[in-house]
Design a protein around this ligand. Sequence first.
Ligand code: FAD
Length: 468
Amino acid sequence: MTYKILRRALCSSSYKKRPQICIVGAGPAGFYAAMHITKKIDSVNIDILEKLPVPFGLIRYGVAPDHPEVKNVINQFTKVAQQPNVNFYGNVTLGKDINLQQLRQHYDAVLLTYGAEEDKTLGIENEDATNVIAARNFVGWYNGLPSDKDLKIDLSGKTAAILGQGNVALDVARILLTPIDELKKTDITEHALAVLSESKLKEIYLVGRRGPLQVAFTIKELREQLKLKNCRTIWNENDFVNVEAVVPDLPRPRKRLTELMLKSLKEKQTVTDDSNISYFKPVFFRSPHKFLVDAKKNLTGIELVCNKLVGENLEQQKCVPTGEKEVLDCDLAFRSIGYKSVKADNDLALNHGFVENNNGIVEDTHPNLAKLYVAGWLGTGPVGVILHTMGNAFQVAKVMCEKLSSMDEQNRGGFEEIKKVISEKNANIIDWNGWEKIDQYEKEQGKLRGKPREKICSVEEMLEIAKK
Ligand code: FAD
């Protein structure tokens, strides 16, 4: 029996009584949950519905192109998707092609893992100015996210400011400061390479509200930044007053990170006449107050409010304004203060940008419908690396397995029923086979350019290739 026939047989009506699980979102949380469930329950059917025709969420569209080792988890996820009782259905959007109630009618359990797709805004004057860019869109642009492929970004100025001091902010800085010949070897999109190769940026500020002891980036990302070829890091010594004295009392990860910053500070790198050198300039204790613009609403600078810290616990100290202000002249600004989830379906309630839950269970008032679960950034809030997402997805999947094992047999129709609803609006559902065609095509295109892959950035083109 061929693999395909076996697969069809397993999904046929004689197997209907196996629990039917629907996972919405094919990012790490969705795949890790599917991995755990299929390990724990032999007789289960899992359908993963994904908005895009392609899987992997932020692994494909968030993780920086120069972090190929992080993307290796894709191999594990591929093995999960290739199991006969796991089905991928791409180009299916919750809230557009199907709603939550329909999913909960036809499955025994529904797990939402559709991530956090919007960025938080600052809510300050002139935030809509030309060249004030959301880091999220910039990341999507260089990674080939279809909705960001046409982002307009002007790199003809000398100075950029990144507002935020997390790992995404450091990704943005590194991509802007990495020599183009190194980026060319990655899977960064050709449109991004073309624009970045013309970049005139010479200095990048990384602006944070609080001090060096509260930065959100981690040591790996800082180390990479400090090692960048032809780039000098210039710290402000005044920002580090009293920092060295508290280092011995810091918890280990924070201690190592702070020691690295202090080591770099002591190197006292300076500005040179060499035009090949660019500069990375972290700035602390400053909050953006308003973007400054010219008559055409082009950015000219940022008015910053100076802060001081209050509170006992060093890592959790809060900042309060001192009343002082200053202006940072810049030609380009990136807002990198975090992501937030969207309400994909009217039946969902979001609080502070994520779906409230108790150990992954979403409490609601529909006892006759399938139980609803949430995992990943949609349930935890948009924080943490893949490892955290994995831990959370495993934990929620464990709760799901416990509940499923004690559940009465329901004999729900699963995707057979859902397909009837979807096909009224959308004839282009992409299965794993379709993704494999896209994957192969991208790898072939990449090979021609000496890259691991050249991503297709248009949904229409993806659909065409998948349907060939
Ligand atoms: P996501 O990865 O966002 O997956 C959600 C999926 O749901 C997506 O495929 C999306 O298309 C789909 N979806 C959205 N809406 C719908 C809908 N309505 N219907 C159906 N499907 C939908 N972690 C690391 O360990 N190392 C790194 O180097 C790293 N770099 C990062 C860089 C950036 C810029 C960002 C933002 C994060 C990075 N992370 C990194 C963190 C990591 O990406 C997250 O921990 C992880 O992706 C969260 O997984 P998730 O499944 O919750 O969400």
